[in-house]
Design a protein around this ligand. Structure first.
Ligand code: G6P
Length: 488
C-alpha cells in the first residue's frame, strides 16, 4: 500500500508529464478502466517512489478523448484514487500537438533523424499551426497545474512534450519552484538550430529553476545551444540570463531493479522460462524488445542478423532472433511506414533462411506482461538504437541476468552506453558488419568473460535505480540556491 505512511508534513510535489502512468479505457458512459501506460515503466516505477516519499499529485493526459462533462467527471474521480489529475485534450489538439509537433517534429529532430523525409515541404507548411497547438496544449497543462498549486509546492515537468510549460507556470506565479527533465537526447546545437521555434523553446525551458538530462553530453549540448542561439553565458552551474541562473545538470535514470530480481524467483516466471526453453528446442535466442519506433534501429538490427546468418552457415537452425516490437504512435504516418518495412524485411529473411520446421526470426507486434518479459530477458540482448535518451530495456535485461550472465550488445548511441559500456559489447548500429560480428562474438563468448561483463553492469543497475533518480532530482528541485555543478 503506497499511501499508508503518508504524513501531512511531506513536501508536496506536482509531477507533470504528457502521459499519466495509467491510461484510461472507456467501458461505459461514465465508467473507465485504468491500465499501466505502454512505455510508461519509468513513470510507474518513479510514480510509486514519488507517492511514497512526497505528497504527490500526477498531472497528465489519460490517452483518451473524453468530450462530454459526465465522462470527464467520472474519469477525474477514477484517477483521483491514483493521485492522478487529467488534462483533457480534444482530438484536434492531440493530432496537432502530440502526433504533429511532438512526434513528427521534435522527436525525430532530437534523435538526429531530421524532419520526415518525403514530407519535408509539407511539414514546413504545417509547422506553424502545429507549434501553435503545442503552445496551446502546454497552456492547458499549466492551467491544471495552477489550479492544484499551493504555496511551497515543487513542480516537476517531464520531457519534450512540455518544453513550453516552465514559462507558462512562471507567468502564473514566479515563486513556483519548477524543474524540467528531458527523457530524450538533447541534440547538438547544430541540429537544434534548424528548428524554426528554436529560441522560443530554449527561453521557455530556461524559465525553470532546474533543468535535467540523462547524460553530461545532453546537458552540454543544451548549454551550448543557449550560448550559440541565445547568446547567453554558460556557467559551471548552468545558464545565466540577466542575473537569473537556471541550474543545468545530469541525472541519469535507472530502474527498480529489485522488482526484476525478485520476479525471477516467482514460480510462474520460472515455469515460463522452462516453457520457452523447450519451445526453442535448444536453439540460442537473441532478444530485442523495443517500441516500434524508427529511433530503435529495428530494420538495421534485422539486417545485421541476416548478415550474421549469411556469414555463419554453421549457426543456421541453431540461433533465433526474437523481436518484440511494441506498437506505438500508430496514427503518425512515419510509424505506419516503419511497420510495413520491418514486416517486409522479416518475411524476406525468413523465406531465405527458414526451413520446414523453423524460422530464424520471430517478430511480434505486441507488448508483453511483466512476468513474460522477465522470463524472456534471460537470454542475449540486442539493443541497436540509432539514438536513445537512455534505453532502460538494457537495464532491465541486465537485472534479469543473475544466473544466465547473458551478453548485452548495445548501441553506442544510447545514453545507457555511458553507464553500461564496460560490460556490454558496444556497436555502431549503422555498421551491420560490425553488429553481425558482435553477434558471433557474443554467441561464442567464454563463461568467465560473460561473468565479468555481467558483474560490472549488474552492480551499476542495482546501485543506480529509478528511486535514487527521483530522490536526487526531487531534492535538487526543492533547493533555491545552486548546489550542483554540471554533472552532479
Ligand atoms: C519515450 C518518451 C516518453 C513517452 C514514451 C512513450 O520514452 O520519452 O515521454 O511517454 O516514449 O511514448 P508515447 O508517445 O506513447 O507516450
Amino acid at each position: 500500500r503506497v499511501f499508508a505512511d503518508e504524513r501531512p508534513s511531506k513536501q508536496r510535489l506536482l509531477v507533470v508529464a504528457n502521459r499519466l502512468p495509467v491510461s484510461a479505457v472507456r467501458e461505459g458512459v461514465d465508467s473507465y478502466h485504468l491500465e499501466i501506460s505502454v512505455g510508461g515503466l519509468f513513470l510507474s516505477d518513479s510514480y510509486i517512489y514519488c507517492v511514497k516519499e512526497f505528497d504527490t499529485r500526477w498531472i497528465g493526459w489519460a490517452g483518451v478523448n473524453v468530450p462530454d462533462d459526465v465522462g470527464q467527471k467520472a474519469l477525474t474521480k477514477a484517477l483521483a484514487e491514483m493521485r492522478c489529475i487529467p488534462v483533457f485534450l480534444d482530438e484536434e489538439i492531440v493530432n496537432q500537438y502530440y502526433n504533429g509537433y511532438c512526434n513528427n517534429i521534435l522527436w525525430p529532430l532530437f534523435h538526429y533523424l531530421g524532419l520526415p523525409q518525403e514530407d519535408r515541404l509539407a511539414t514546413t507548411r504545417t509547422f506553424q499551426s502545429q507549434f501553435d497547438a503545442y503552445k496551446k496544449a502546454n497552456q492547458m497543462f499549466a492551467d491544471v497545474v495552477n489550479k492544484q498549486y499551493e504555496e511551497g509546492d515543487v513542480v516537476w515537468c517531464h520531457d519534450y512534450h512540455l518544453m513550453f510549460l516552465p514559462k507558462c507556470l512562471k507567468e502564473y506565479n514566479d515563486q513556483m519552484k519548477v524543474g524540467w527533465f528531458l527523457h530524450t537526447p538533447f541534440p547538438s546545437s547544430e541540429i537544434h538550430r534548424t528548428l524554426p521555434s528554436r529560441s522560443e523553446l530554449l527561453r521557455s525551458v530556461l524559465a525553470a529553476d532546474l533543468v535535467g538530462f540523462h547524460t553530461y553530453d545532453y546537458a552540454r549540448h543544451f548549454v551550448s545551444a543557449c550560448t550559440r542561439i541565445l547568446g547567453l553565458e554558460g556557467t559551471p552551474e548552468g545558464v545565466e540570463d540577466q542575473g537569473k541562473l537556471t541550474r543545468v545538470a545530469a541525472f541519469p535514470i535507472g530502474i527498480d531493479s529489485e522488482r526484476f530480481i525478485q520476479a525471477l524467483e516467482l514460480p510462474e516466471v520460472q515455469a515460463r522460462m522452462k516453457e520457452l526453453k523447450e519451445r526453442f528446442g535448444g536453439r540460442k535466442v537473441m532478444l530485442g524488445v523495443d517500441r516500434l519506433d524508427m529511433i530503435k534501429g529495428i530494420p538495421q538490427k534485422i539486417l545485421a542478423f541476416e548478415k550474421f546468418l549469411e556469414e555463419n552457415s554453421h549457426w543456421h537452425d541453431k540461433v533465433v532472433l526474437l523481436q518484440i516490437a511494441v506498437p506505438t504512435r500508430t496514427d503518425v504516418p512515419e510509424y505506419q511506414k516503419l511497420t510495413s518495412q520491418v514486416h517486409e524485411i522479416v518475411g524476406r529473411i525468413n523465406g531465405r533462411f527458414g526451413t520446414l520446421t523453423a524460422v530464424p526470426i520471430h517478430h511480434l507486434d505486441r507488448s508483453l506482461d511483466f512476468h513474460a518479459l522477465c522470463a524472456l530477458y534471460a537470454v542475449t540482448a540486442l539493443v541497436t538504437s540509432l539514438r536513445d535518451g537512455m534505453n532502460l530495456v538494457s537495464y532491465e535485461f541486465v537485472a534479469c541476468q543473475a544466473s544466465k550472465k547473458g551478453v548485452l550488445i548495445l548501441s553506442e548511441f544510447a545514453g545507457a552506453a555511458q553507464s553500461l559500456g564496460a560490460g556490454a559489447i558496444l556497436v555502431n548500429p549503422w555498421n551491420i558488419t560490425e553488429v553481425a560480428a558482435s553477434i558471433g562474438y557474443a554467441l561464442d563468448m567464454p563463461a568467465d568473460e560473460r561473468e565479468k561483463r555481467h558483474q560490472f553492469n549488474f552492480r551499476h543497475v542495482k546501485a543506480h535505480t529509478s528511486q535514487e533518480w527521483a530522490a536526487t532530482f526531487g531534492f535538487n528541485a526543492t533547493l533555491t540556491e545552486p548546489l550542483d555543478a554540471l554533472g552532479r
